[in-house]
Design a protein around this ligand. Sequence first.
Ligand code: ARG
Length: 278
Amino acid sequence: MRKTMKAFLLTALFAMLAIVAAACGGGTGDKQSAKPASGQPETKAEAPAGGDQKVLKVGTDAAYPPFEKQGPDGKPTGFDMDVIQAIADANGWKLQIEHAGWDPLFEDIDKGKRDIGISAITINDKRKQKYDFSDPYFDAYQLIMVPESSKVTKAADLKDLRVGVQSATTGAALAEKVLGKGNPNIRGFADTPSAVEELYAKRVDAVVADNGVLTDYLKTSGKKGFKVIKDPGVEPEKYGIMVKKGNKELLDGINKGLKTIQDNGKYKEIFDKYFGQK
Ligand code: ARG
Protein backbone atom coordinates (compact mmCIF):
# COMPACT_ATOMS: atom_id res chain seq x y z
CA MET A 1 0.00 0.00 0.00
CA ARG A 2 2.73 2.44 1.00
CA LYS A 3 4.60 1.57 -2.16
CA THR A 4 1.61 2.28 -4.36
CA MET A 5 1.05 5.57 -2.54
CA LYS A 6 4.68 6.54 -3.12
CA ALA A 7 4.42 5.61 -6.78
CA PHE A 8 1.21 7.59 -7.08
CA LEU A 9 2.76 10.66 -5.48
CA LEU A 10 5.79 10.42 -7.71
CA THR A 11 3.62 10.09 -10.79
CA ALA A 12 1.56 13.04 -9.66
CA LEU A 13 4.73 15.08 -9.09
CA PHE A 14 6.04 14.27 -12.55
CA ALA A 15 2.71 15.09 -14.06
CA MET A 16 2.73 18.47 -12.35
CA LEU A 17 6.28 19.15 -13.45
CA ALA A 18 5.32 18.23 -16.97
CA ILE A 19 2.40 20.67 -16.86
CA VAL A 20 4.56 23.46 -15.48
CA ALA A 21 7.23 22.76 -18.10
CA ALA A 22 4.65 22.76 -20.86
CA ALA A 23 3.19 26.01 -19.59
CA CYS A 24 6.60 27.68 -19.52
CA GLY A 25 7.54 26.26 -22.87
CA GLY A 26 4.20 27.39 -24.24
CA GLY A 27 4.93 30.89 -23.09
CA THR A 28 8.09 31.28 -25.07
CA GLY A 29 6.70 29.19 -27.86
CA ASP A 30 3.86 31.66 -28.30
CA LYS A 31 6.23 34.47 -29.02
CA GLN A 32 8.14 32.38 -31.46
CA SER A 33 5.07 31.12 -33.22
CA ALA A 34 4.79 34.53 -34.89
CA LYS A 35 7.70 33.37 -37.02
CA PRO A 36 7.05 30.78 -39.68
CA ALA A 37 7.61 27.33 -38.16
CA SER A 38 9.38 26.13 -41.26
CA GLY A 39 12.24 28.51 -40.66
CA GLN A 40 11.67 30.24 -43.97
CA PRO A 41 12.56 33.94 -43.91
CA GLU A 42 9.95 36.30 -42.53
CA THR A 43 7.74 38.07 -45.00
CA LYS A 44 8.84 41.47 -46.19
CA ALA A 45 6.08 43.33 -44.39
CA GLU A 46 7.41 42.07 -41.08
CA ALA A 47 11.04 42.60 -41.92
CA PRO A 48 12.69 45.18 -39.71
CA ALA A 49 13.11 48.66 -41.13
CA GLY A 50 16.41 49.42 -42.70
CA GLY A 51 16.48 46.50 -45.10
CA ASP A 52 16.42 47.30 -48.76
CA GLN A 53 13.26 49.35 -48.31
CA LYS A 54 13.27 52.79 -46.77
CA VAL A 55 10.34 53.65 -44.54
CA LEU A 56 8.90 57.07 -45.31
CA LYS A 57 7.70 59.02 -42.30
CA VAL A 58 4.28 60.54 -42.83
CA GLY A 59 2.83 63.09 -40.43
CA THR A 60 -0.68 64.45 -40.01
CA ASP A 61 -2.90 66.33 -37.57
CA ALA A 62 -5.27 63.46 -36.88
CA ALA A 63 -8.18 65.59 -35.68
CA TYR A 64 -9.88 66.53 -38.93
CA PRO A 65 -12.36 63.83 -39.85
CA PRO A 66 -13.12 62.47 -42.36
CA PHE A 67 -9.66 63.38 -43.68
CA GLU A 68 -7.82 62.18 -40.61
CA LYS A 69 -8.64 61.04 -37.12
CA GLN A 70 -7.03 58.76 -34.59
CA GLY A 71 -8.22 55.19 -34.67
CA PRO A 72 -8.78 53.21 -31.46
CA ASP A 73 -5.09 52.26 -31.45
CA GLY A 74 -4.05 55.90 -31.85
CA LYS A 75 -3.01 55.37 -35.45
CA PRO A 76 -4.30 57.92 -37.95
CA THR A 77 -7.06 56.77 -40.29
CA GLY A 78 -9.14 58.57 -42.89
CA PHE A 79 -9.32 59.73 -46.47
CA ASP A 80 -5.81 61.21 -46.48
CA MET A 81 -4.30 58.05 -45.00
CA ASP A 82 -5.94 55.90 -47.66
CA VAL A 83 -4.74 58.25 -50.39
CA ILE A 84 -1.12 58.33 -49.24
CA GLN A 85 -1.12 54.57 -48.68
CA ALA A 86 -2.43 54.00 -52.21
CA ILE A 87 0.27 56.32 -53.58
CA ALA A 88 2.88 54.41 -51.58
CA ASP A 89 1.55 51.08 -52.83
CA ALA A 90 1.75 52.32 -56.42
CA ASN A 91 5.42 53.13 -55.81
CA GLY A 92 6.29 50.11 -53.65
CA TRP A 93 6.98 52.37 -50.67
CA LYS A 94 6.61 51.52 -47.03
CA LEU A 95 5.06 54.16 -44.73
CA GLN A 96 5.05 54.98 -41.08
CA ILE A 97 2.06 57.26 -40.52
CA GLU A 98 1.87 59.20 -37.25
CA HIS A 99 -0.17 61.91 -35.62
CA ALA A 100 2.04 64.98 -35.27
CA GLY A 101 -0.34 67.88 -34.64
CA TRP A 102 -0.84 70.82 -37.00
CA ASP A 103 1.96 73.26 -36.12
CA PRO A 104 4.50 70.50 -35.31
CA LEU A 105 3.79 68.88 -38.68
CA PHE A 106 5.04 71.93 -40.58
CA GLU A 107 8.12 72.17 -38.34
CA ASP A 108 8.88 68.47 -38.71
CA ILE A 109 8.76 68.62 -42.50
CA ASP A 110 10.92 71.73 -42.55
CA LYS A 111 13.52 70.15 -40.25
CA GLY A 112 13.49 66.87 -42.16
CA LYS A 113 12.13 64.95 -39.17
CA ARG A 114 9.28 63.70 -41.34
CA ASP A 115 9.23 63.14 -45.10
CA ILE A 116 5.59 63.67 -46.02
CA GLY A 117 2.81 65.84 -44.62
CA ILE A 118 -0.76 64.98 -45.55
CA SER A 119 -3.42 66.72 -43.51
CA ALA A 120 -6.01 68.41 -45.72
CA ILE A 121 -3.32 71.02 -46.30
CA THR A 122 -4.38 73.82 -48.63
CA ILE A 123 -1.78 74.81 -51.20
CA ASN A 124 -1.21 78.55 -50.98
CA ASP A 125 1.52 81.03 -51.94
CA LYS A 126 2.67 81.60 -48.39
CA ARG A 127 3.22 77.91 -47.75
CA LYS A 128 4.77 77.39 -51.17
CA GLN A 129 7.59 79.73 -50.19
CA LYS A 130 8.69 77.32 -47.49
CA TYR A 131 7.46 73.89 -48.64
CA ASP A 132 6.88 71.98 -51.82
CA PHE A 133 3.46 70.58 -52.67
CA SER A 134 2.24 67.75 -54.88
CA ASP A 135 -0.31 68.26 -57.59
CA PRO A 136 -3.69 69.05 -56.01
CA TYR A 137 -5.60 65.98 -54.86
CA PHE A 138 -8.79 67.47 -53.40
CA ASP A 139 -11.01 70.54 -53.93
CA ALA A 140 -12.24 72.37 -50.86
CA TYR A 141 -13.69 75.65 -49.64
CA GLN A 142 -14.36 77.39 -46.35
CA LEU A 143 -17.66 77.07 -44.53
CA ILE A 144 -18.98 79.03 -41.60
CA MET A 145 -20.73 76.99 -38.93
CA VAL A 146 -23.24 78.90 -36.79
CA PRO A 147 -26.30 78.20 -34.65
CA GLU A 148 -29.44 77.80 -36.75
CA SER A 149 -30.80 81.10 -35.40
CA SER A 150 -27.73 83.05 -36.54
CA LYS A 151 -28.16 85.92 -38.97
CA VAL A 152 -24.82 85.28 -40.64
CA THR A 153 -25.18 84.78 -44.40
CA LYS A 154 -21.69 85.69 -45.59
CA ALA A 155 -18.14 85.99 -44.30
CA ALA A 156 -18.39 89.78 -43.83
CA ASP A 157 -21.16 89.24 -41.25
CA LEU A 158 -18.56 87.76 -38.88
CA LYS A 159 -17.06 91.21 -38.33
CA ASP A 160 -18.34 91.83 -34.80
CA LEU A 161 -18.74 88.22 -33.73
CA ARG A 162 -16.53 85.81 -31.79
CA VAL A 163 -15.06 83.39 -34.29
CA GLY A 164 -13.44 80.07 -33.43
CA VAL A 165 -10.74 78.72 -35.74
CA GLN A 166 -7.85 76.32 -35.78
CA SER A 167 -4.78 78.56 -35.63
CA ALA A 168 -2.59 78.85 -38.73
CA THR A 169 -5.22 77.41 -41.06
CA THR A 170 -6.91 78.99 -44.05
CA GLY A 171 -10.04 79.28 -41.88
CA ALA A 172 -8.04 81.42 -39.47
CA ALA A 173 -6.79 83.48 -42.41
CA LEU A 174 -10.37 84.16 -43.52
CA ALA A 175 -11.36 85.24 -40.01
CA GLU A 176 -8.32 87.54 -39.91
CA LYS A 177 -9.29 89.04 -43.24
CA VAL A 178 -12.76 89.94 -41.96
CA LEU A 179 -12.06 90.82 -38.32
CA GLY A 180 -8.50 92.09 -38.66
CA LYS A 181 -5.38 90.25 -37.60
CA GLY A 182 -4.89 90.22 -33.84
CA ASN A 183 -8.55 90.92 -33.14
CA PRO A 184 -9.28 89.31 -29.75
CA ASN A 185 -12.64 88.10 -31.10
CA ILE A 186 -10.71 85.58 -33.15
CA ARG A 187 -10.34 82.56 -30.88
CA GLY A 188 -7.56 80.35 -32.18
CA PHE A 189 -7.18 76.70 -31.15
CA ALA A 190 -4.49 74.11 -31.76
CA ASP A 191 -7.07 71.83 -33.37
CA THR A 192 -10.45 72.15 -35.02
CA PRO A 193 -12.49 69.96 -32.62
CA SER A 194 -11.65 72.41 -29.81
CA ALA A 195 -13.05 75.29 -31.86
CA VAL A 196 -16.25 73.34 -32.61
CA GLU A 197 -16.67 72.46 -28.93
CA GLU A 198 -16.44 76.18 -28.19
CA LEU A 199 -19.31 76.81 -30.59
CA TYR A 200 -21.42 74.06 -28.99
CA ALA A 201 -20.72 75.72 -25.62
CA LYS A 202 -21.78 79.10 -27.09
CA ARG A 203 -18.48 80.71 -26.19
CA VAL A 204 -17.99 81.60 -29.86
CA ASP A 205 -20.63 82.62 -32.38
CA ALA A 206 -19.16 80.88 -35.41
CA VAL A 207 -16.45 78.48 -36.55
CA VAL A 208 -14.66 78.77 -39.88
CA ALA A 209 -13.14 75.58 -41.32
CA ASP A 210 -13.05 73.40 -44.42
CA ASN A 211 -16.30 72.20 -45.97
CA GLY A 212 -15.57 68.46 -45.70
CA VAL A 213 -14.98 68.68 -41.98
CA LEU A 214 -17.85 70.96 -40.95
CA THR A 215 -20.30 69.04 -43.12
CA ASP A 216 -19.12 65.87 -41.38
CA TYR A 217 -19.75 67.47 -37.97
CA LEU A 218 -23.30 68.35 -38.99
CA LYS A 219 -23.92 64.81 -40.22
CA THR A 220 -22.24 62.75 -37.53
CA SER A 221 -21.97 64.70 -34.27
CA GLY A 222 -25.61 64.29 -33.31
CA LYS A 223 -25.68 67.95 -32.17
CA LYS A 224 -28.84 69.68 -33.31
CA GLY A 225 -29.38 73.37 -33.96
CA PHE A 226 -26.41 74.25 -36.16
CA LYS A 227 -26.01 75.02 -39.85
CA VAL A 228 -23.24 75.86 -42.28
CA ILE A 229 -23.02 78.91 -44.54
CA LYS A 230 -21.12 79.09 -47.78
CA ASP A 231 -19.91 82.47 -48.97
CA PRO A 232 -19.47 82.12 -52.73
CA GLY A 233 -17.18 85.14 -52.67
CA VAL A 234 -14.50 83.25 -50.74
CA GLU A 235 -11.74 81.79 -52.87
CA PRO A 236 -11.84 78.00 -53.29
CA GLU A 237 -8.89 75.87 -52.13
CA LYS A 238 -6.99 72.76 -53.18
CA TYR A 239 -5.22 70.28 -50.96
CA GLY A 240 -1.69 69.13 -51.66
CA ILE A 241 0.76 66.68 -50.15
CA MET A 242 3.66 68.51 -48.54
CA VAL A 243 7.37 67.72 -48.58
CA LYS A 244 10.52 69.54 -47.56
CA LYS A 245 11.44 72.27 -50.00
CA GLY A 246 13.67 70.87 -52.72
CA ASN A 247 12.84 67.18 -52.21
CA LYS A 248 12.14 66.75 -55.89
CA GLU A 249 12.69 63.00 -56.03
CA LEU A 250 10.05 62.32 -53.39
CA LEU A 251 7.66 64.86 -54.88
CA ASP A 252 8.00 63.32 -58.35
CA GLY A 253 7.21 59.90 -56.89
CA ILE A 254 4.17 61.26 -55.07
CA ASN A 255 2.87 62.94 -58.23
CA LYS A 256 3.47 59.81 -60.27
CA GLY A 257 1.66 57.66 -57.70
CA LEU A 258 -1.20 60.16 -57.51
CA LYS A 259 -1.57 60.06 -61.28
CA THR A 260 -1.56 56.26 -61.21
CA ILE A 261 -4.36 56.02 -58.64
CA GLN A 262 -6.37 58.72 -60.40
CA ASP A 263 -6.07 56.80 -63.67
CA ASN A 264 -6.70 53.29 -62.33
CA GLY A 265 -9.81 54.13 -60.31
CA LYS A 266 -8.26 53.67 -56.86
CA TYR A 267 -8.60 57.36 -56.01
CA LYS A 268 -12.28 57.32 -56.95
CA GLU A 269 -12.81 54.22 -54.84
CA ILE A 270 -11.32 56.00 -51.81
CA PHE A 271 -13.26 59.19 -52.57
CA ASP A 272 -16.54 57.30 -52.73
CA LYS A 273 -15.76 55.48 -49.49
CA TYR A 274 -15.62 58.78 -47.60
CA PHE A 275 -17.69 61.21 -49.66
CA GLY A 276 -19.97 59.07 -51.77
CA GLN A 277 -23.72 59.36 -51.32
CA LYS A 278 -24.88 57.06 -48.56
N1 ARG B 1 -7.24 73.22 -45.28
C1 ARG B 1 -6.96 74.05 -44.15
C2 ARG B 1 -5.54 74.56 -44.21
O1 ARG B 1 -4.76 74.01 -44.93
C3 ARG B 1 -7.17 73.35 -42.82
C4 ARG B 1 -6.46 72.05 -42.69
C5 ARG B 1 -6.44 71.53 -41.27
N2 ARG B 1 -6.05 70.18 -41.27
C6 ARG B 1 -5.97 69.43 -40.17
N3 ARG B 1 -5.66 68.18 -40.29
N4 ARG B 1 -6.22 69.96 -39.00
O2 ARG B 1 -5.20 75.50 -43.57
